[in-house]
Design a protein around this ligand. Structure first.
Ligand code: GTP
Ligand code: MN
Ligand code: MN
Length: 601
């Protein structure tokens, strides 16, 4: 690592350091260095040697703690600042020239004000630190659906995580040099002061500025900031979709694989569904689930009119608590080695530990690094996470590296709905499906700071991530229904329906395969349904429930249609759409009114 001059007129890249062949990139790096005043600049090449050196440095300064090498080879624990453990939606802004373009779904600031605010924070913030330049590619390096970015950060923890979560380093830099365009992401952990923390997006400039947080969703800029907020904006102008969706392949005993994309809000089951292991009886017959992605899906129509999807990420940044050999064995197998754990507890022999791991061990240290005391809360933070390469997942699909993407047969929406919403229903057509997505509601979780368990509308699980006005976003979704299109069927699921005693009525996890099986039968025209105003519900016995114990209450609530409750729900959906004023597409309002009328409102 070389010292650099702070004089912008001189070359940005210190002698011996890598630099790029792209003048625009070098100029931006120089500009950032002049503002942030780092002691050194390091261009990341993504090599093993570079990673080893960064890990050694972080071990030496305490950023990483090495875990038990014999049980968890090459794995580390990171303890974040205790005030920096989740996304901060109240500090996240979309800065478009016109406020209306950001919409009521985003916090807005005028671009000039946003830059001024951020640049004041960045001024001199890297003094005494090294500035890392991370070229990365979201999606397979050779895919036309992929997009590149460069993140500048002063956090080696961010570099190590970006190396797992994206295609980072020399091949990405080569693509950026070829294409000449890239998303600019500037990040500093600053002082980790919640009072001096902002995550700002400038979609019109393909630029992100993030200050004061090291947490994944705020700091790994390739993920939520680029692959969702900026990409959703790019996707709208280029005719594709950037979604908060898992992608899985469902292989049946005949060897056919159908791909399903599913949007659930944060901590509502995407990673679990993406890595699903079929129940014993299904496994014996040859059913298999392939994981393409667990969090983000970019898709666009192919020549045959179908939607083709890629996972822009290369790794998983998954919720640790609740991950066990029983709930998600594929995730557990993925994280036995080469994994970074953030904010979990540790056992006496230095193994990572979290609530719900169910491995018979007990933690001695909590996520803050204090002696574990159950009276003081859980050992692992509820939003503690693991970062691991997707390649370590036993169910990782070889098709995830396919530059053409995978064809999507079904899109699924869902959330945490303790009441009213049945286990599964199917939208009548695309427009109805878009309304089902737009009307999604869910209880909030620990993935963002704020109250947990509060019902809120989270359209298509994109409330925290859509980089533009939701009304325009729904218009964009509706626009895919055009001549020549061969669109997936749209479904809604609810794994979280509760009984009168407050317990979950559906066993969930692996058993969710039964619902996916019904969806594909519907796609193939092989299963019937009961038509209701809210859509098609499965007919009796059309979902295979062999071996599932359900009480009469569970059956009634999981498969029933509760007219009165839906009347109230549709009134509330109507009010929600109205919050967006005349910009809300009429087709969606018409659909809401048609259903409200059919419900007898
Ligand atoms: P992000 O990564 O934050 O976007 O969230 P995610 O959607 O990937 O959530 P994840 O799969 O990590 O699930 C989080 C929580 O949901 C965990 O507590 C799981 O135990 C729980 N969960 C997942 N699937 C099911 C299910 O089928 N039934 C029930 N009851 N809980 C589930
Ligand atoms: Mn997510
Ligand atoms: Mn996840």
């Amino acid at each position: 690592m070389n010292a650099i001059s702070h004089d912008v007129a001189k070359p940005a890249v210190a002698p011996g350091s890598q630099g790029s062949k792209l003048a625009a990139l070098n100029a931006w790096v120089a500009e950032v260095a002049a503002l942030t005043k780092p002691d050194a600049i390091h261009w990341c090449d993504g090599s093993d040697a570079e990673n080893a050196a960064l890990i050694a440095q972080m071990e030496a300064d305490g950023t990483l703690v090495k875990l038990n090498e014999s049980t968890h080879p090459n794995s580390y624990l990171h303890r974040s600042h205790p005030d920096d453990v989740a996304r901060v939606e109240h500090l996240t802004f979309v800065c478009t020239s016109r406020q209306d373009d950001a919409g009521p779904n985003n916090h807005w600031m005028a671009p000039a004000d946003g830059h001024a605010k951020m640049d004041a924070l960045f001024d001199g913030c890297m003094k005494g630190r090294t500035m890392y330049v991370i070229p990365y590619c979201m999606g397979p390096i050779d895919s036309p659906l992929s997009r590149c970015g460069v993140e500048i950060t002063d956090s080696p923890y961010v570099v190590a995580n970006m190396r797992i979560m994206t295609r980072m380093g020399a091949p990405s830099l080569a693509r950026i040099e070829r294409e000449g365009t890239f998303v600019k992401g500037l990040h500093s952990i600053g002082e980790l002061d919640p009072e001096r923390r902002f995550i700002m997006h400038f979609p019109e400039e393909l630029t992100i500025k993030s200050f004061g947080s090291g947490y994944g969703g705020n700091a790994l800029l390739g993920k939520k900031c680029h692959a969702l907020r900026i990409a959703s904006h790019q996707a709208r102008s280029e005719g594709w979709l950037a979604e908060h969706m898992l992608i899985l392949g469902l292989e049946n005993p005949q060897g056919e694989t159908h791909y399903i994309a599913a949007a659930f809000p944060s901590a509502c089951g995407k990673t679990n569904l993406a890595m699903l292991i079929p129940p014993e009886g299904y496994r014996a017959k040859g059913w298999k689930v392939w994981t393409v992605g667990d969090d983000i899906c970019w898709m666009r129509p192919g020549a045959d009119g179908r939607l083709y999807a890629i996972n822009p990420e290369a790794g998983f940044f998954g919720v640790a608590p609740g991950t066990s050999a029983k709930s998600n064995p594929n995730a557990l197998k993925s994280i036995q080695s080469n994994t970074i754990f953030t904010n979990v507890g540790v056992t006496a022999d230095n193994q990572p530990w979290w609530e719900g791991l169910d491995d018979g061990q007990t933690p001695v240290t909590d996520w803050r690094g204090n002696a574990y005391d159950p009276a003081k809360g859980p050992a692992a933070h509820p939003n503690s996470r693991f970062t691991v390469s997707a390649k370590q997942c036993p169910s990782y699909s070889p098709e995830a590296e396919n530059a053409a993407g995978v064809p999507i047969s079904a899109i699924v929406f869902g959330g945490r709905r303790p009441s009213l919403v049945p286990l599964v229903f199917e939208a009548r057509d695309w427009t109805h499906g878009v309304l089902v997505g737009a009307a999604m509601g869910s209880e909030t979780t620990a993935a963002a700071t704020g109250a947990v368990g509060v019902m809120r509308r989270d359209p298509m699980a994109m409330k925290p991530f859509c980089g533009y006005n939701f009304a325009d976003y729904f218009t964009h979704w509706l626009s895919f229904d055009q001549a020549g299109a061969n669109l997936p069927k749209i479904f809604h699921v609810n794994w979280f329906r509760k009984g009168d005693d407050g317990s979950f009525l559906w066993p969930g996890f692996g058993e969710n395969l039964r619902v996916l099986e019904w969806m594909i039968q519907r796609v193939k025209g092989e299963a019937g349904s009961v038509e209701t105003p809210i859509g098609h519900l499965p007919k009796d016995d059309e979902i295979n429930l062999d071996g599932v114990q359900l009480t009469d209450e569970a059956r009634a609530k999981l498969f029933g249609f509760e007219r009165e409750g839906w009347q109230a729900e549709f009134a509330s959906i109507g009010e929600y759409l109205d919050e967006y004023g005349p910009r809300m597409p009429q087709a969606l309002k018409d659909e809401q009114q048609r259903i409200a009328k059919a419900l007898g409102n």
